[in-house]
Design a protein around this ligand. Structure first.
Ligand code: KG4
Ligand code: ZN
Length: 334
């Protein structure tokens, strides 16, 4: 079975081909247009998807050395994401399905982040996934394929959103997560004790207070510019420390609560080196097997859509042509 996966939920236009022999191609066209605005501009994102989607799909077929005729199923992100961006991918996928007479699979983007772990690996069920992206922060108990129990999530900002918003306060470019990660490696994580919120709650998160705390901390400095010149790396490391400590503490709670022997990281923030290090240590301490997707499959990509589509198609979880996009994760719940 040959699957074409299409991802267009935010600011990456991506296409990938997954077959019985595994992943054959994984193409991403990132949208540089947003950099100057310090965040994603939804209208510009939809237009950029529209411009690049066909080229990206063609490239993924070329790299897989398969003609469009060889595609058996088209998998596409249904949500959550930006409505306009989702619509471009969904309409394109439906058009392909109708013209080639092949079935459609609508994929939940957050599920796909989790199943990215299956591209190079075979995590054993049941496992707990810490899914951390720019829009979501969740602990999910995965008891079998597409059998998910949401243990807890963020009450406000997502972990990636916290990195990006704090980066903006620090004058860093968007997306700030990778920049803060890089700078943290040269700084002192104990330089300042930023708050770790909701530690008395088992599985829920809150990151918006951290952003405010960084803002006040900077305002307290007599010469902010000079301070950041001397200590930007230290502030970045302390922020990364606060975020990753909370994430890993809650992951530990989830292991204890569920009794799983396998854990996984998923989503853009799972690219974070401090988080990867702490999760590795947690796995050693708890005797759990840890799975982390390789970097290219952490941030948004279509390989994760293609493999999830493959797993769904094998289970005949097809969608009909009335499939509608959902901006909000809740709307996806049945
Ligand atoms: O999963 P993703 O690509 O998109 C969403 O589904 O939201 O996640 C993007 C988020 C951004 O907030 C970005 O700053 C963050 O992942 N991110 C990182 C790193 N790489 C990406 N955050 C911390 N450290 C990183 N190395
Ligand atoms: Zn994502």
């Amino acid at each position: 079975m040959n699957i074409l996966g299409i991802e267009s939920s935010c600011d990456e236009t991506a296409a990938a081909v997954y077959t019985d022999d595994g992943l054959q191609s994984n193409i991403i066209a990132s949208q540089a247009v947003h950099e100057q605005y310090g965040g994603v501009v939804p209208e510009l994102a939809s237009r950029a998807h529209h411009k690049t989607i066909w080229r990206t799909v063609q490239q993924s077929l070329d790299e897989a050395e398969l003609p469009l005729d060889a595609i058996d199923v088209v998998a596409v992100t249904q949500g959550p994401g930006l409505m306009g961006s989702l619509l471009v991918g969904l309409c394109f996928a439906k058009g392909l399905c109708l013209s080639r007479n092949v079935p459609l699979v609508g994929v939940n983007h957050m599920d796909a982040h989790i199943y990215a772990n299956f591209i190079d690996d075979q995590p054993k069920y049941p496992f707990v996934s810490l899914t951390v992206s720019g829009g979501h922060t969740q602990l999910v108990h995965v008891t079998g394929p597409f059998q998910h129990e949401l243990l807890g999530q963020t009450r406000d900002d997502a972990a990636g959103e916290a990195f990006d918003k704090i980066g903006k306060i620090l004058g860093l470019p968007y997306p700030a997560g990778p920049v803060i990660d890089e700078r943290s490696q040269h700084g002192d994580p104990d330089f300042h004790d930023f708050p770790q919120a909701m530690l008395d709650n088992d599985f829920e998160f809150s990151f918006s207070g951290l952003k405010t705390s960084v803002k006040y901390f900077l305002e307290d400095q007599s010469d902010q510019e000079q301070f950041l010149e001397n200590h930007l790396d230290d502030v970045c490391a302390s922020v990364s420390h606060a975020i990753t400590e909370v994430l890993v503490k809650k992951l530990r709670n989830a292991i204890e609560h569920t009794g799983v022997k396998t854990i996984a990281l998923a989503g853009g923030v799972s690219a974070n080196s401090m988080l990867r290090g702490k999760a590795t240590q947690l796995a050693e301490e708890t005797g759990c097997e840890l799975h982390i997707p390789k970097l290219a499959y952490c941030t948004d990509n279509a390989a994760m859509i293609a493999i999830t589509g493959y797993m769904m198609a094998k289970r005949r979880m097809f969608s009909d042509m009335n499939l509608k996009p959902f901006a909000n994760l809740k709307a996806l719940k049945k």
